[in-house]
Write a protein that binds this ligand. Sequence first.
Ligand code: ARG
Length: 598
Amino acid sequence: SLSCRCHDLVGGLCDFNNGFLVNIQTLLNQRIQAAMVASGAADDAPALVRQSAKVQFGDYQANGIMGAAKKIGTNPREFAAKVLEQLDLSDVADKVEIAGPGFINIFLKNEWLGAALANLRDSDRLDVATVADPQTVVVDYSGPNLAKEMHVGHLRSTVIGDAVVRTLEFLGHNVVRQNHVGDWGTQFGMLLAYMERLREQNSEVSMALSDLESFYREAKICFDEDEAFSVRARELVVSLQSGDAECLKLWNEFIEVSLQHCEETYQMLGVSLARQDVKPESAYNDDLPKVISDLDAQGLIKEDQGAKCVFLEEFANKDGEITPIIVQKTGGGFLYATTDLAALRYRQSQLNADRVLYFVDARQSLHFQQIFTLSRKANFVKPDTSLEHMPFGTVMGSDGKPFKTRSGGVAKLSALLEEAQERAFQLVASKNPDMPEEQQRNIGRVVGVASVKYADLSKNRTSDYVFNWDNMLSFEGNTAPYLLYAYSRVASIVRRSEMDVANFKAAINVVEDQERALAVKLCQFEEAIQQVISDGMPHFLCAYLYELAGIFMSFYEACPILNAEDELKFSRLQLALNTASTLKQGLELLGIETLERM
Ligand code: ARG
C-alpha cells in the first residue's frame, strides 16, 4: 500500500506519498530542491545533498546553495536563509542550519530514525525500492580464453562483474549476463593438432585435458619444435574455420572440457554464471562478413596493405596519426575487434540493451573506446544506449610485478582458491582447536574464498593492488574475516537472547550516541548500493559494510543488550537484528556467503 506505515510507531511523522522508503539522500534532495526553486533558483538547480563528513555538520549537508545563488546573482547566505523559510523538514530533522558560505546542515530526528528502522525491520528487502523504470543491462564479464585455464587475471572481471550483476538484479533491473569466452582463433589449431597426436599414440586425451595448462604447454612445445606438427596445426585452423565436421567435433570436445573447468571455478567462487550465459566468440562467426559489408556500405572501410581498416579521426594523436581498427586481415581472417562489433550489434538488436557494461582489463580501454565510437557511427547501437567500459587494474605480487606463483608461473585461479581455503582452515583450526574438523573445513572454505573475493572487491577497481595472503586473511581491517566475524558476533548475541527471532519485532528507541550512529548507518544501505550500480564500483558497498560493522562494535561496547531492562533490551536487540540482516544482504550482493558461527 502507499500509506505511510510509520504512523503506527510515532504519530504524524511522515508525509511521503511514495510509501516510506529509506533513502535519506533522495528525500532531502527532493525537498531542498523544491525549496530552492520556490526561492527563485532555476528548475534544475541541484541541491547536492551529501552525507556529512563530520558530526558537527549534522548527518547530511546540502552543497547546492552556493552554485544556485551565483547563477541568479544573489548572496548565498541570504539565499540559504530564504530557502530555509520555504523548507519544512520538521518531520525528519530537529535541526537545520546554515553554515559557512551557505551550506545547509541537517540533523535527523531520533524518532524519525526509529520509524525508518521499523520499516527496514518489516521489509524483506531492507526497504530498498525496486526501480520504477527497469533497464535491460547487458553485462559482459569473466570472458576467459578457453585455450587455457582461468588464472588470477580473470578474478577481477569475474567477481566485480558478478557483484554488480547481483546488485542490478536486486534493484529490479533486467540483467543479461554475457560470458564472452574466447573459443576461436589460431591457438586452437595447435591444441587440436595435439589432441590428434595423442589419439594417434593411443594416449588418453581426456586424461591429458584434465590439466589444461600442461596440455597447452606440451602442445606449444610441439608447435615450436616440430615442423610437421605446426603445418598440421595451421591446416586445422583452416578446416575449423571452414566448418569441417571432423575438426568441429574435436574442437567441441576440447571446448566442453575447458568450459567444465571454468564452471568448477565459478562454483568454488560462488559466481552466478551458468552455461546459458556463455556466448562465445565463435557464436558470432556468421555475422562477421555482414559487419564488414555494413561498414563498407557506409564508406567506413579503407584498405591498408591488404587489410580492411577503419580510421576514426577521434583517435588521432597530436601528429594526426590514427591507430586504425583492423576488422579483416590480409587473407580474410577476422579479428577480436570484428567479433566485438558483431557482439555489440547483437546486444542492441536482439537483447535490446539500454546499457552495456564491460568488465575488462584497463589495457583494453582503447579497444573499447574504438568499438563504441565505431558502433555509434555505423548505427549498430541506438544513440541513447549507454556503453560503459568498466576497466580494472592488475593483481600484483609483492615484487611489484603482475602476480605469479612461487615457481614463477601464472597463478591458476582454482589452485589459488584451494590455497585460500587451506590457509583459512589452518587459521580456523588454530583459533578453535576443539571444533570438529568438518566444521573447521566448512568455515575454512567460506572464509578462504570470501577473503580472496573481498580483497579484490574492496579495492577501487581502477587501481592495481598487491595480492597478499596475510592482509586478506587478517581479522583486522577492511577484510572478509573481519566482516564475517562481525556478522557471526551479531548472530551469536541474537542466539544468546533466546528470543524467537523469526517472530521478533520491537520498536527501536534511538537515545544514545552509539545507537544513533548505528541507526543512521543502517538507513544508508540503499545509498551505498546506488553507487555500485551507477559506477560499477562494489568497493563503495564494501566500505559501507566495514563502517557498519565498526559502528556496531562500538555500539555493542557502549550499550549492553542482553543485560538491559526489557524495553531497552528489545530495542537494542532489534538494532542488532537489523545490523545482521544488512550485513548479510550486503555480503550477498557481493557474492559472499555468511556463517552463523565461526
Ligand atoms: N577473452 C578476452 C580476454 O581474455 C576478454 C573478453 C572481454 N569481452 C569482450 N567483449 N571483449 O582478454
